[in-house]
Design a protein around this ligand. Sequence first.
Ligand SMILES: [Zn+2]
Length: 73
Amino acid sequence: MERRVDELGRVVIPNHIRKALELEPKTKVKFEVSGKSVIVSKAYPTCIICGSEKDLTEVKGKHVCADCRRQLI
Ligand SMILES: [Zn+2]
């Protein structure tokens, strides 16, 4: 399947792909470049200090992992 990038750099993710990946409106996605390809994947919360995805606690809308939380105390 091919889509064109518009003047503002936007591309619509085809509906069947959005459904398959459960990409609801306002879902965050991340972009990664691999060679000449762009990988778009669902973004998951990460620690604002170290980037870890494990043992997160939300504090005032930000996520902090257990290791970083221990160092802050
Ligand atoms: Zn951390």
